[in-house]
Design a protein around this ligand. Structure first.
Ligand code: XIL
Length: 460
């Protein structure tokens, strides 16, 4: 099995995963349109990145779950059982039994593994907090050394330190910060490097997906590590996101880290919504997932994406954010949601749910949602106005004042001069009787910016 750690996408083109994906795509082409049956893992591999899922030991007794976990993803993250609480429950007593079980499953499936996590203030056994300050550096090093050594050549990345910063960019006052001081993060990375010269070493955190005070602080730390020769290879952006709030600066932020000479991985992606789920929220979520995948694809050093488990049945969200959930690409019964198809489409897949032929009729309404000097955003709502199903739609209009579309989401646009035609995306074409969906765009306008008067909707 290929054990070369992922590093800058340009160097992974010849990994076993890529070759396998290419072989599958070729074989598929003989009988079916290419990509039609590709998994997310294969689609991602064909683009030079991985697409993975976190998992946890108790889930593996569910056969349907295990089947999808084993086939759909190119990479696994051990969601809990590599954490300190499990691996060194009392000082010097190391236990890797549960983590080993997941790593063995990944190896049997030809999947890579991200190690998560060595130094974190949560899921830390009580005895660590009681270690005197002068002995904590040694205790931290011993923990790292033992665990990294145990998994040498079996994991491709380590999240060496997790969640060390506050929202304002200051250091989180963890036991490590308080007893060892600012230098503990660099010490942790050096210990990990000493235990394994090859594994990629990551700093991992949440709310660092966009540009802001917290990601600025991580950026400064990575920059200083690079200047001082502290071994760091990557930054993990957890991406526990909220519906409709994918940071607009995500691609730019990934790029600025890449420009420091580190890889970036999206390590714990989920996009939660206020329950209950609705068709409109699912559509928004599909667009959000697509935006994250596209932000990663746009930067060659963004090496992969991991969802924080793949099905709403196993998601951690409802237990931690009351009233919220439905954050993942599969529903509680393991059916693929619009988010799944949006990810596949963003990764270059052409599959998607087979469209119902549909005989319905539709209407479209156009609304400017914000406007400023030279620019605007608009939202177009498409409604199935018939009593039968609609399998797809196309909306057309003419801009009266020379407006242009800069960026459109939840649809596929073609423009000829001032004429615009927007087709449904892979995931929002099917509308039941009376149902509606919407797409939106960012536009520029030099003139009056009047709303088009000829907007129309038809089957494609
Ligand atoms: C979560 C797990 O998913 C839960 O099962 C567990 O109870 C708590 O931890 N950031 C991280 C992950 O880095 O380790 C967390 O995982 C989610 C937030």
């Amino acid at each position: 099995m290929e054990r070369t750690p992922h590093s800058g996408r340009r160097t992974v083109g010849l990994t076993a995963g890529f070759a396998a994906a290419a072989a599958v795509l070729c074989a598929g082409a003989l009988t079916a349109p290419a990509h039609a049956d590709s998994t997310l893992g294969q689609l991602a591999a064909a683009k030079g990145l991985y697409f993975g899922s976190a998992t946890d030991n108790p889930h593996l007794s569910d056969t349907a779950y295990k089947q999808i976990l084993s086939s759909e993803f190119g990479q696994l993250t051990v969601g809990n059982t590599m954490k300190w609480q499990y691996t060194e429950p009392s000082q010097g007593r190391f236990d890797y039994e549960q983590a080993d079980a997941i790593v063995a499953l990944a190896e049997a499936n030809g999947q890579t593994v991200r190690g998560h996590t060595l130094v974190w203030h949560n899921q830390l056994p009580d005895w660590v907090a009681a270690v005197p300050a002068d002995r904590l550096p040694g205790v931290m090093r011993d923990h790292i050394t033992d665990e990294v050594t145990h998994f040498r050549n079996r994991v491709v990345h380590w999240d060496v330190v997790n969640e060390a910063f506050e929202e304002d960019g200051s250091r989180r006052q963890t036991v490590f910060q308080q007893k060892i001081g600012n230098g503990y993060i660099a010490e942790a990375f050096k210990a990990a490097r000493a235990a394994d010269p090859n594994v990629k070493l990551y700093y991992n955190d949440y709310n660092i997906e966009g540009v802001g005070p917290k990601s600025d602080a991580v950026y400064e730390m990575v920059k200083s590590f690079k200047q001082q020769g502290v071994p760091i290879d990557g930054v993990g952006m957890q991406a526990h996101l909220i519906l409709g709030q994918v940071p607009a600066t995500m691609q730019r932020n990934i790029q600025r880290f890449a420009d420091l000479g580190v890889d970036v991985a999206v390590t714990e992606l989920d996009i939660r919504m206020d329950l209950p789920r609705t068709e409109a929220k699912d559509t928004q979520q599909a667009g959000d997932y697509s935006a994250v995948v596209k932000a990663c694809l746009a930067v060659s050093r963004c090496v992969g994406i991991t969802v924080w488990d793949f099905s709403d049945r196993q998601s951690w969200v409802p237990s931690v954010f009351p009233g919220q959930g439905a954050a993942l690409p599969y529903d509680e019964n393991y059916a693929k949601k619009p988010a799944y198809h949006a990810i596949a489409a963003a990764l270059g897949g052409t599959g998607g749910p087979s469209p119902t032929p549909g005989t319905g009729t539709c209407s479209a309404s156009y609304r400017v949602t914000s406007q400023w000097q030279g620019g605007f955003t608009a939202e177009v709502t498409v409604r199935n106005t018939s009593s039968g199903p609609l399998g797809g739609w196309a909306v057309t209009w003419t801009f009266p004042d020379g407006q242009r579309i800069a960026n459109l989401w939840n649809g596929e646009a073609t423009t000829t001069g001032s004429s615009v035609r927007v087709r449904n995306a892979g995931y929002n074409g099917a509308l039941g009787a009376g149902a509606s969906t919407s797409f939106g765009f960012l536009g520029s306008s030099a003139g009056a910016g009047r709303v088009p008067s000829d907007i129309a909707c038809d089957r494609p």
